[in-house]
Design a protein around this ligand. Structure first.
Ligand code: NDP
Ligand code: 8X3
Length: 264
């Protein structure tokens, strides 16, 4: 006897906007919500990838290609949504990147600025533009994709780690502002996951990017999407503040101590 298909979760967000859906977590999150029956707004800079994904999703889907570092472009895209997509129930602030892994004193200032403009300013802009509608409807959920890097500093991570610490505190402070509304905020903090993340971090050096994942089992984009779906389909009275998830094969190394060889 064949099993009957699982029914969609009772608290499925009807309209979901995912930033950075042209790759990695964002694409996986869009696929998961489309499979459950949500309608999607998918954003990123690479229009062709988004259009291909929209066809694959097979649900009503709006493609918005813009750079979230560009406030005017972001505003133009998010304030002119067609009526069918205007009432966003879930905003997944996923678009983001790390650039470089060098020590702070040798890093490229352009890389720092790009990370701040994307992970901090872009995420804050999308939130600020879409939050008033959620508050007005007294319904909605902002899921931010932070990182373990916001909790655990590591060499070469300076501005990337700091940008994800911003995401953590921004998420918590939003919760404070939204008290008394039914709008929820969650920060998902993944550890090492195999996506295009390292390819971007190492400026397209695929050999170096591949090395990050050799001989270990990283999280998948699907693992992260699963966590987002779980948080976003809980009953409205229940807010998950944060989830930190890591591959089982990743852990902590402790504090570093420099010892002067001459003193030994
Ligand atoms: P990917 O590089 O695979 O995806 C990043 C996405 O962000 C792409 O869709 C990209 O789209 C989009 N993006 C980047 N810059 C911009 C921009 N300026 N404007 C619009 N969209 C942009 O990486 P991941 O899926 O791994 O990363 C997703 C999020 O998860 C990021 O915030 C990252 O920091 C975070 N993260 C990743 C981890 C990992 O190990 N992979 C672990 C923890 C957190 P496009 O290039 O088309 O613009
Ligand atoms: C990505 C995970 O550990 O490379 O946010 O910073 S890590």
């Amino acid at each position: 006897m064949s099993e009957s298909p699982a029914s969609p979760p009772a608290h499925l967000p009807a309209t979901v906007l995912v930033t950075g859906a042209s790759s990695g977590f964002g694409a996986a999150i869009a696929r998961r919500f489309a499979a459950l029956g949500s309608r999607l707004i998918i954003t990123g800079r690479r229009r062709e990838r988004l259009e291909a994904l929209a066809i694959e999703l097979g649900v009503p889907c709006l493609v918005l290609a813009f750079d979230i570092r560009d406030r005017a472009a972001t505003q133009a895209a998010l304030t002119t949504l067609p009526a069918e997509f205007a009432a966003i129930d879930l905003l997944v602030n996923n678009a983001g990147l790390a650039l470089g892994l060098g020590p702070a004193h040798r890093t490229d200032l352009d890389d720092w600025e790009a990370m701040i403009a994307t992970n901090v300013q872009g995420l804050a802009t999308c939130t600020r533009l879409l939050l008033p509608g959620m508050v007005e409807r007294n319904r909605g959920h902002v899921v931010n994709i932070g990182s373990i890097a916001g909790n655990w500093p590591y060499p070469g991570g300076s501005v990337y780690c700091a940008s994800k610490a911003f995401v953590k505190q921004f998420s918590l402070a939003l919760r404070a502002d939204l008290l008394g509304t039914r709008v929820r905020v969650t920060n998902i903090e993944p550890g090492m996951a195999e996506t295009e993340f390292s390819l971007v971090r190492f400026h397209g050096d695929s050999a170096r990017a591949d090395q990050v994942y050799v001989g270990t089992q990283a999280l998948t984009a699907g693992d992260v999407a699963e966590a987002v779906v779980w948080c976003a389909t809980l009953p409205e009275h229940c807010n998950i503040n944060r989830i930190e998830l890591m591959p089982t094969a990743q852990s902590f190394k402790g504090l570093a101590v420099h010892r002067d060889k001459e003193a030994l």
